[in-house]
Write a protein that binds this ligand. Sequence first.
Ligand SMILES: *Cc1c(COP(=O)(O)O)cnc(C)c1O
Length: 429
Amino acid sequence: MDHTLSKKAYAKACTCLPGGVDSPVRAFSSVGCTPIFADHAQGSHLFDVDGNSYIDYIGSWGPMLLGHAPAFLQEALLSAVRKGTSFGLPTVLETELAELIKEAYPSVDMVRMVNSGTEAVMSAIRVARAYTGKDKIIKFEGNYHGHSDGLLVSSGSGALTYQVPTSPGIPQDVIRHTLVCTYNDIESVKKAMNNHKGEIAAVILEPIAGNMGLVQAEPVFLKELRQLCTEEGILLIFDEVISGFRVAYEGAQGLYCVKPDMTCFGKIIGGGLPVGAYGGKKEIMQMVSPSGPVYQAGTLSGNPLAMRMGIAMLTYIKEHPDIYAHLEAFGAKLQEGMQAILDQYHLPYPLHRCGSLMTLFFTDRKIRSYKDVQTCDLQLYRTYFQGMLKRGILLAPSQFEVMFISAAHDLRDLQDTLIAFEQTMKELL
Ligand SMILES: *Cc1c(COP(=O)(O)O)cnc(C)c1O
């Protein structure tokens, strides 16, 4: 597989973009190679600037639930573009997308649209602090909530990939309001709540964590968390930027039957355009300006192109609920196939899956939290990634990210992926 043009593009990009990219994980440095530059993508396949084709399991890190560039989304975007790209005035599209979200998430009475997941979470935290009159928040080690100051503490995703879970440049004064607990460990939460009684505004988590590899919250952990928050008058915020509309139309809160006070969205709800949203109970959301005192604004918030894409995406999946059965069936077959190969070669690596999200962890430990994830052999992941890439399978270039399956992946992709997997595992031995 020839990567000449990608290498050239990367060298040039490095002269004017830090590290040659606009988001760190894209640099591929943690898997020991230089990035492939995308040219175009269609369905389950992505094509790089050298003309190589890959079965894509990055899926733009989540938004591409239906695969790349489905015709109806292209049409939706074109029709929106023809009407103008931004007005700085409200459009009915914002209400329409908000209604689609509300309808699927009974915990959400009102929604504010923003431009990214980072912005959604950052703003939700501000509202939670204003609503409760408290400053401190609890987050979990290895969970990622975007790159805003107070949340970039013991963080997952790229921060974890590059060993900077807590970034320099964030004042200690900000960090001291972020309490970090252990995922799936309710005792660590009780301890933090006891040590800071009456000081905590919110607990935020990924109910299905997808930024330290895939690690699901245990149902009893979420239930106890909900109960503790209610008892203590602390808001429970679900970051469903990945899990929302992916693990089910109703998200993780639907699967677990746990109602958070606030929810953050992104990725899928923009259909591939930059978008984020946060929402929750009416009395909380009415704190947001101009109906309340909490200031939060955006020149391009509720952008008509992004709204139109989000509406098209959510309407389509709402009308085609069989998509989730397809994702589950593909995911299950892929998991079974991979597991059979792992068993055949006596490889003990845990393979986690929830619907269309999957991670193979290169460790023999049971994985429940960040501590367990830390035992993974990153050298092995690197060999795995490179082995799959040269066979035309594009995985996340980091052990700490998930594989995203789309509804466009078909049986042919499944077979090709399993063949590549078996050859790569043989190479690993
Ligand atoms: C991607 C992600 C974010 C950040 O969203 P951006 O659009 O990248 O700012 C926040 N939370 C979770 C769980 C995510 O996966």
